[in-house]
Design a protein around this ligand. Structure first.
Ligand code: DAT
Ligand code: MG
Length: 151
């Protein structure tokens, strides 16, 4: 089985709206393995670092304020094509352009309240996992379901 990892976060609106369990269920049900999870309020500096590629965008201050408005559920999910498939499960950045069946397509309407984050490349996934989790917080374990999910 693939050990590709992606960083998935449930943003403050997703946490406040009680969507932690349904979002986790989508990744579990698909066959991905949870290897790290925590509820965090990491503060502005950390969030600015997480979104540093977007620092020149006009929406950046609002984005950081939104991300800083409550707890975030930070996770690492592992499995085949986890980064790209994770993005597919999330839906498009703009929820109005997200297909029904995706998280954003089922639960959100506007970009500034789009519920979830997912890494956009394997390289960024590794950077984000290192930013959000300390060594030892990401757990390596063998799922009993493995041979029923992978051939
Ligand atoms: P994604 O979260 O799909 O990876 P992104 O990395 O381009 O999208 O942007 C990060 C977040 O910033 C996104 O989830 C919502 C917000 N955002 C992006 N583009 C925006 C825009 N044009 N107006 C307002 N918010 C935006
Ligand atoms: Mg992004």
């Amino acid at each position: 089985p693939s050990t590709e990892q992606t960083f998935i976060a449930i943003k403050p609106d997703g946490v406040q709206r009680g969507l932690i369990a349904p979002i986790i269920a989508r990744f579990e049900n698909r066959g991905f393995k949870l290897t790290a999870i925590k509820l965090v309020t990491p503060g502005k500096a950390h969030l600015e670092k997480h979104y540093e590629d977007l620092k020149d965008k006009k929406f950046f201050p609002d984005l950081v304020e939104y991300m800083n408005s409550g707890p975030i559920c930070a996770m690492v999910w592992e499995g085949m094509d986890a980064v790209k498939t994770g993005r597919t499960i999330l839906g498009a950045t703009n929820p109005l352009a997200s297909a029904p069946g995706t998280i954003r397509g089922d639960y959100a309407l506007v970009m500034g309240r789009n519920i979830c984050h997912g890494s956009d490349s394997v390289e960024n996934a590794q950077k984000e996992i290192a930013l959000w989790f300390k060594e030892g917080e990401v757990v390596s374990w063998k799922s009993a379901q493995e041979s029923w999910i992978y051939e």
